[in-house]
Write a protein that binds this ligand. Structure first.
Ligand code: TRP
Ligand code: SF4
Length: 334
């Protein structure tokens, strides 16, 4: 069985963008692969080192969202990154195999560097060693469980490319140790926001969270961007430029074809259409939220799942590191 590694930084609750961009796919894949899902608290700290409580609280939220979305703890190991010190050790060994200019050339890093410069000025003081090394630690996460497959969103592809370079180099120098991991890009890597933005993202404030209440969902949907040329209720419009229609398709509203044809013919009002979408999203999230409630009410069960997932991962990482130390001639007292 091949091994999969994916995960998220615990910096906030998960939303529909995560669900359709990755969670749905992970739920399907967990049955066919040895699946590891990391809650990347160490990585979250690169940007939130001065806010440990935020990271700590969101470890729990993300775990709840995983379980709510249908990650089955019998199928997948959900684990906490910081509790696998083996990957920190591997990060150190890997850090010799990548140059600093190469790290700066990583497109995702480049983009984030530009963002930081804009926010904090041009001094580069906000570009820490930890931040720059983030793709190195990601390579260590992947190699630490000897993953074959890493399902990722588009923004993570450069990190995967970098991980492959590091792992290839390691295998060349120290002998074949790791699988060369492959990125699998999600079919719907980027979910648009109801506001028409290209991306649903916390920083854009356009998210529908898996845990949103019916009232919150309705409020968000009612403010969605529709075809701007439709002024009156019975104007014909173009559903393909309308975010409400986009979401009807995304969540597979049962009458999605009707929505399209009625909209084109001017037989559908936007207020009605939005109310229907809100109801459908609420319905869609119902089983997810019921599972979430169950786990919220049974925190000791969540703790046990995280503990067992972490222990299983640690066992795997220990095996991998034993091989690493042998191949690097660091197995002094073995
Ligand atoms: N960087 C990823 C994100 O922000 C999280 C992550 C950390 C990850 N380590 C990983 C993803 C290893 C895949 C494999 O979403
Ligand atoms: Fe969008 Fe529905 Fe209005 Fe058509 S009727 S523009 S699909 S909200």
């Amino acid at each position: 069985m091949k091994t999969i590694l994916t995960g998220d930084r615990p910096t906030g609750r998960l939303h529909l963008g995560h669900y359709f961009g990755s969670l749905e796919n992970r739920v399907k894949m967990q049955y066919d692969y040895d699946t590891y899902i990391l809650i990347a608290d160490v990585q979250a700290l690169t940007d939130n080192f001065n806010n440990p409580k935020k990271v700590r609280d969101n470890v729990r939220e993300v775990a709840l969202d995983y379980l709510a979305a249908g990650i089955d703890p019998k199928q997948a190991h959900i684990y906490i990154q910081s509790l696998i010190p083996e990957t920190s050790e591997l990060t150190v060994y890997f850090s010799n195999l990548v140059s600093v200019p190469r790290l700066f050339r990583n497109p995702t890093t480049k983009f984030e560097v530009a963002q930081k410069r804009e926010l904090f000025g041009n001094e580069g003081e906000s570009i820490t060693y930890g931040f720059l090394g983030y793709p190195v630690s990601q390579a260590a996460d992947i190699a630490g469980v000897n993953a074959n497959i890493v399902p990722v969103g588009e923004d993570q592809l450069p990190h995967l490319e970098q991980a492959r370079e590091i792992i290839r180099k390691f295998n060349n120098i120290y002998g074949q140790t790791f699988n060369l991991p492959e990125a699998v890009l999600s079919k719907t890597p980027r979910i648009k926001g109801l506001d028409g933005n290209e991306k649903m993202s916390k920083s854009l404030n356009n998210c529908i969270y898996l845990a949103d209440t019916p009232e919150e969902i309705t409020k968000k949907v009612m403010s969605a961007v529709t075809d701007p040329n439709k002024i009156r209720k019975d104007d014909p419009a173009n559903p393909n430029v309308c975010m409400v229609y986009y979401y009807h398709q995304l969540i597979k509203s049962p009458n999605v074809e009707e929505v399209c044809s009625e909209c084109k013919k001017g037989e559908r009002g936007c207020v009605y259409c939005k109310k229907e979408l809100a109801r459908n999203i609420i319905e869609f999230l119902k089983p997810i939220q019921e599972r979430r409630k169950y786990y919220e009410n049974n925190p000791e069960e969540v703790e046990k799942i995280l503990k067992e997932g972490t222990e299983a991962t640690k066992k795997k990482a220990e095996e991998v590191m034993k091989r690493v130390r042998e191949n690097m001639k660091l197995d002094y007292f073995e």
